[in-house]
Design a protein around this ligand. Structure first.
Ligand code: GLN
Length: 489
């Protein structure tokens, strides 16, 4: 086994046993990146020298001691670029560390590399990056999902042991599903958002990608907790999220939300998810049919609330204090207009305009206020469901990874990629995607035999119930080999 194939858990054990050094781990990664990233395009930048200096000092006795962790380019690391996938922030260098970065370092980890993403985390394919698209390691003509496409592709392609991403409507779980790795969105308030460039503040949450649920738990252990710098981080005790791993599913009631098995989803996804649910039953879970009656409104509500919040959050990118600034403006208005026109891509502009509209006087009550009310109904659906079950199980994405360019002209089709992930953000609950099989991509572009593409199974847990969520996902994962498959790059 190559060093870059190791899980975080196994790498850390070898580092602790001094069979490997943190510099070995970093060098193995860097040579892997040099050989495969020209094809995959997961990274936007890396500062190997800074990482090597940090690795040389790493305390390998700590839980993540000496382990390099890739970071989505929307989380600030002091002195590093942080583009959010946008030209708007191209010359910017972070003047401070995000809380999750300080916490990773306190656990001994070495933040290494900046991962590609859709601009300001708006998108489901990473094609909205202002730099380059990231490609799916299983089929380079396809998208890796988004917006954390770089974070997912890097883990799947063995260009990172584990990474951090952010999830506002599915941006961790959906790319994890399409790339065949594990992605966890923690409960809203579990992880500090301080130092995460905001997209939609009531929905955004940072979380880990890894190749095992145990590794996800280890990262969550490191990054969780109340932070005085983020008033929405909650003062809930931090659990050991690996504590319940290794158990079967006896005594677990799994809810199957009937609204999450829709007409029009890929039949291969449906079949793989149904087989996975049977597998959970054979591991001891009791299956319960559940209804989440307001599911059909989730995508609509999300695109009102998320755009409203982004129109406010992105107002700060005005070229005055940092980031892109237009040349030789005629006056202040011209400065604002041209800075924003030049700095933002078209999807970001679309959302700012939509968000400004739904917040404007005369429309606020009809759109924004109503959306907030429906959001409450969606949250209540989950609360009622959790009286009958311990977690929900459903698909993560309705489709396999699609072709680059296939949906770029059709924003509505792109928005539907998150149909099964968005409600969890609106309700604030936690969710995880684990690999549950493969589908065969159909025809097109000289594909005679079809390519194998990963399918993700999503578990949705109660607020702050990540330990049990990972127990459930881990029990399923350990009873299959899906998570061990690696793309042939
Ligand atoms: N794909 C969704 C969007 O475009 C979700 C993005 C995210 O979770 N950051 O908004």
């Amino acid at each position: 086994m190559e060093i870059f194939d190791l899980s975080v858990t196994d790498l850390q054990a070898r580092l602790r046993a001094k069979e490997l050094s943190p510099l070995d781990a970093l060098d193995a990664l860097e040579s892997r990146i040099a050989s495969v990233d020209p094809k995959v395009g997961a990274y936007l930048s890396r500062d190997l020298e800074a990482a090597r200096a940090e690795a040389a000092q790493a305390d390998v006795s700590l839980p993540l001691g000496g382990v390099p962790i890739g970071i989505k380019d929307v989380i600030n690391v002091l002195g590093q670029p942080c583009t959010a996938g946008s030209k708007m922030l191209e010359p910017f260098r972070s003047p401070y560390n995000a809380t999750v970065i300080a916490k990773l370092r306190a656990a001994g980890a070495v933040p290494f590399g900046r991962l590609n993403m859709d601009e300001f985390a708006m998108g489901s394919s990473t094609e909205n990056s202002a730099y380059h698209p990231t490609r799916n390691p299983w089929d380079l003509s396809r998208i890796p999902g988004g917006s954390s496409g770089g974070s997912a592709a890097a883990v799947a392609a063995r260009e990172a042991f584990a990474t951090l991403g952010s999830d506002t409507g599915g941006s961790i779980r959906q790319p994890a599903a399409l790339c065949g790795c594990i992605g966890l969105k923690p409960t809203y308030g579990r992880v500090s958002r301080y130092g995460l460039i905001a997209f939609a503040s009531s929905l955004d949450q940072i979380g880990p990608f890894a190749r095992t649920t145990r590794d996800c738990g280890m990262l969550l252990n490191a990054i969780s907790g109340r932070d005085p710098m983020d008033s929405t981080s909650l003062d809930q005790p931090v659990d050991d999220y690996t504590r319940l791993l290794g158990r079967d599913l006896k005594g677990i009631r799994l809810g199957i939300p009937k609204e999450y098995f829709v007409d029009g989803m890929d039949p291969q996804v449906k079949a793989a998810v149904e087989a996975a649910i049977k597998q959970c039953e054979s591991l001891g879970a009791e299956l319960v049919e559940i209804s989440l009656p307001h599911t059909e409104y989730a995508v609509g509500v999300y695109y009102i609330i998320a755009t409203a919040e982004c129109s406010a959050n992105l107002a700060r990118f005005d070229g005055v204090r940092y980031g892109h600034r237009a040349d030789a403006p005629k006056d202040l208005l011209d400065h604002y207009k041209r800075t924003r026109e030049e700095g933002f891509g078209s999807e970001v502009k679309r959302r700012i305009i939509l968000g400004t509209y739904v917040l404007s006087s005369g429309y606020y009550d009809a759109y924004y206020l109503r959306a907030q009310k429906v959001r409450t109904l969606i949250r209540q659906d989950f609360a009622a469901a959790y009286e009958k079950c311990d977690a929900l199980v459903c698909p993560t994405s309705p489709d396999l990874a699609f072709k680059l360019g296939e949906r770029t002209d059709d924003p509505l089709k792109m928005y539907l990629a998150d149909i099964f992930t968005i409600a969890a953000n609106l309700a604030g609950i936690c969710g995880v995607s684990v690999p549950c099989g493969f589908g065969i991509a159909k025809g097109g572009d000289g594909e005679k035999d079809g390519v194998r593409l990963p399918i993700g199974l999503q578990f949705l847990g109660k607020p702050f119930d990540e330990a049990r969520l990972l127990r459930i996902a881990g029990a399923y994962e350990q009873s299959t080999d899906w998570h061990k498959a690696a793309p042939a790059l």
